[in-house]
Design a protein around this ligand. Sequence first.
Ligand SMILES: [Zn+2]
Length: 292
Amino acid sequence: MEDIRCIFCNQYSNQIIIEENGYTGKRCSLCGLIFVTHRPSYPELSKIYVQSHRYAETHIGFKKSKQVHAKHTLIKIKNYKNKGSLLELGAGAGYFLLEAKKQGFSVYGIEPNKIEAIYINEKLKINCESSLLNENSFEGRTFDIIYHCDVLSHFYDPINEFSMINKKLNDDGILVFETGNTADVKNRYYRYFSEFGYPDHLFLFGENSLRKLLEQTDFEIVKTYKYSKLLFLIIHKLLWKFKDTLKDKPNSTDSIDSKVAKETSLEARTNKSKLNLFIRNCYPYLAFLAQI
Ligand SMILES: [Zn+2]
């Protein structure tokens, strides 16, 4: 475990804002950035992305809702570039790229999760690499557009990552990314969050720290779109609580035989998992509606 300082102000923090899964998120008193400290080592975190199946299951199951979101985002991107090469970082199951390809872009993906990278290459027939972005990615080529969504908080070294993104863009290339400005949320509203995804989400940014990141990595801000998420967060939390009530709760007075019968009742389990999947699918639809 590594005790880290603010990546912009080089200061340690004592201001604990979030406590989850045995990890703490501290806020930098100067720029407002919230960061996990102490944090797992890079090899420990890499295991989560490379080996974990949970992201793959989540992403691959959400095709329709991801494509709805992709269409919405591509309308925005086309205001600035309506053709050319487009690379997505953290491509998930590749549905954004699939939609971008349909709309005429030449698409590439980077996805550290090998299950998803294989899915993108073999099922979607889109060129996807599973190593992190580096100068040699895709045989050293550069791109007109680099896009990522809800990936920023996962970067182990955001300044390095954004510098590399800049190097991989053509001279008139653009970076488009979507992220929460969670660090700008007042402390009293954090209780409305269902989870913060610790320790995966290493950094939570606000407008001030985002501006610092972009300035330090030689980007010029062209346009910012903002969406309110408070109502969405409340509905999401209610749905999550409802989903938890669907989990099997063995009654202590049940005999062992009846407990086994409950657990092995295929019909009951199938119905519950269908409902569970439906509720999980509501999440990205709600996320999309919150952006309209
Ligand atoms: Zn700071």
